[in-house]
Design a binder for this molecule. Structure first.
Ligand code: AAL
Length: 466
């Protein structure tokens, strides 16, 4: 990433940008083009027709004005918050038909070892889905991928090859608190101790309870454990009718401004006038009626009490949480759900986030390697890799992502363009038109009476003035 001042557009980056462009042009896609040498004077360079300063001598379209007011005339190349994402398979905790691994924590490094924690499920039966889960479903049959799971730990020396170390925090036994499943952990290192926050499910599933669970915590003196469970909720579910009354998921702790900031996600349900959840929008075949948003709760101690920000929700979109300190503020990768899905956002105060870049195929449930996640020094350096997951196609599995969101590490080749899905990408299960809809749309096309309009227009400009 090019280190740039926030707020105003960074002209200082031109040289840096152009050096980055040289690197980009050296990548295979550019191998045949001329490659400018590093020492050529590039000052004053700009994209053709787009001067570096906002023109005042002519009208600008709304889009052209936005280029200056919001993005900067170097667009993606000059935007420190823009990145593409590249993915790699992992050994040790990668794809496995027998085991689901998902929702990785941040990656931390202790000595020369990288650590990650994640949800791990190994069950004889595949998940049946909440809709098919009844009172008769046997106890050893999971409702979904993160049911009947425990929190596991893996370590690595290089971030690609991992060794599963075994269970870190196990669910309790039948009848006790958190006896059903533990999932979606994230880690906090503070005062020489390690803390894992995670989702804790108690008792059997039901359609009414859905994905509601507690967020609980365990602590240890070493990342290798042993872990001591507090065995109680660490943050309260919102009151009936509140935006976070439906669930609290994806707890994600950072140290910020001398306190523990626990970001989280909630499924925000459609409710009726009395605050009761409605399952669907009021239309035939409408999808389940919930939206997703993020909030934050702040505490002085890892065990709480956590006080929710009065500004919650602080993100109007997003699914799993993935945030990191950046300069004096916090960056959030907002993915998957909501009107601001697939954006990189920045809040100079950790609370008031603005969209800074739109990205394609961001890591799902990303857990970045972020050594300064708990430094709390108001000078966040950013991230350039981490682990994420692929779920929804059999057991979940972990993979690695790389990106260009670090102030000190130049990965400008990752600022180049975006991906375009190939044939397999277009015809993957979720983007192939289902047979039923295909028949319906074909019928619509055949029976349609709509013909393309072809009107006659009178010339408005006088021939003489042409
Ligand atoms: C994930 C996360 C939470 C949910 C489930 C497991 O994507 O948002 O962890 O509860 O799905």
């Amino acid at each position: 990433m090019n280190a740039q001042p926030l707020g105003n557009f960074p002209l200082r980056t031109l040289t840096h940008f152009l050096l980055g462009l040289v690197v980009v042009m050296a990548t295979p896609a550019f191998a045949e083009g001329p490659s400018p040498s590093d020492d050529e004077d590039r000052s004053g360079s700009h994209f053709a027709g787009i001067p570096l300063e906002k023109p005042t001598d002519r009208p600008l379209s709304a889009a052209a004005a936005r280029l200056y007011d919001r993005w900067g005339p170097l667009a993606d190349f000059g935007n420190e918050f823009y990145t593409t994402f590249k993915y790699s398979r992992l050994t040790g905790i990668g794809k496995d038909p027998e085991v689901s691994r998902r929702d990785p924590s941040k990656v931390i490094r202790v000595g020369d070892t990288y650590y990650v924690w994640y949800t791990r499920r190994k069950t004889e039966h595949a998940p049946v889905g909440l809709r098919n889960y009844t009172d008769d479903t046997p106890d050893d049959v999971p409702a979904w991928d993160w049911d009947l799971a425990d929190i596991y730990c893996a370590t690595s020396k290089d971030g690609f090859h991992w060794q599963e170390q075994g269970v870190a925090v196990a669910r309790n036994t039948g009848g006790d608190y958190a006896d059903r499943s533990l999932s979606t952990p994230d880690v906090l290192c503070v005062n020489g101790k390690y803390h894992l926050y995670y989702q804790a499910f108690t008792g059997r599933f039901s359609r009414e309870r859905g994905d509601r669970c507690d967020v609980s915590m365990a602590w240890a003196d070493s990342p290798d454990g042993p872990w001591h469970k507090v065995n109680r909720p660490i943050i309260e579910l919102g009151k009936r009718g509140a935006w976070d009354g439906g669930s609290i998921h994806d707890p994600y702790p950072l140290i910020y401004k001398g306190q523990i900031w626990l970001y989280y996600k909630s499924d925000v349900w459609l409710v009726d006038a009395s605050g009761d959840f409605l399952d669907r929008l009021d239309a035939p075949n409408a999808p389940r009626a919930y939206h997703r948003m993020h909030g934050v709760a702040i505490a002085d101690r890892p065990e709480g009490p956590f006080v929710k920000s009065p500004l919650n929700p602080i993100a109007n979109s997003g699914h799993e949480t993935c945030l990191f300190p950046y300069q004096e503020g916090i960056v959030s990768l907002v993915i998957k759900d909501g009107p601001e899905k697939n954006t990189v956002q920045y809040a100079p105060d950790g609370l008031n986030f603005e969209v800074k870049a739109t990205v394609v195929q961001p890591p799902v449930a990303g857990g970045p390697f972020c050594p300064d996640a708990f430094a709390g020094n108001g000078d966040g350096r950013g991230i350039c890799w981490g682990l994420s997951h692929v779920v929804g196609y059999g057991p979940g599995f972990l993979l690695r992502f790389d990106c260009d969101l670090h102030r000190d590490i130049d990965r400008s080749p990752l600022k180049q363009g975006t991906i375009q899905a190939d044939e397999a990408g277009h015809f993957q299960p979720r983007t192939t038109l289902p047979e039923g809809l295909r028949r319906r749309f074909a019928e619509e096309a055949i029976s349609s009476r709509e013909e393309t309009v072809n009107i006659h227009i009178e010339p408005k400009v006088d021939e003489a003035n042409r």
